[in-house]
Write a protein of this length. Sequence first.
Length: 178
Amino acid sequence: MIIKVDTNIELRQLEQSDSDDIFIMIDSQREHFGKWLPFVEFTKKLSDTENFVSKIVNAPKESLEYIFTIRKQGEFIGLIGYKDSDKLNKKTEIGYWLSKNHLKKGIVTKSVEKLCDFAFNKQGMNRIQIKCAIENKSSINIPKRLGFKFEGIERQGELLTGDIFTDLVVYSKLKTEK
């Protein structure tokens, strides 16, 4: 599946063949990603990424999470997708990361907007949340720009590299608020 974001950006559903691009980007930008993404510390070799991708693409239909590569003119520049989806209660969370060379260009904001539309209108979701490390101001600005409501702080909600807990800011959007 491909979701067009704009004339240059598209979201392509994750495939096993994306493993190389993902690992190379993580490995070449460890400092950039490692500050906020706990999995970077455990992504030491290509097989780690291949295993991660395999779990997603081979998941049973009832537990499938839509994860997409973010591509600019065909070039891999990041990942975005749903996590911890609860189909019974019609809610999901969106997570994302982007190459440092493509930050502050509105790419993730527009991509999140497209995923919200997909979740509400194609998947029948009622609620979407985004959680961001409290000090990750760039990430926090995305749900704010898209009209998500601040819900609160999940105290020590994520363990970062170096065995450091960070508080998470929680934002949500309901289908009726789109």
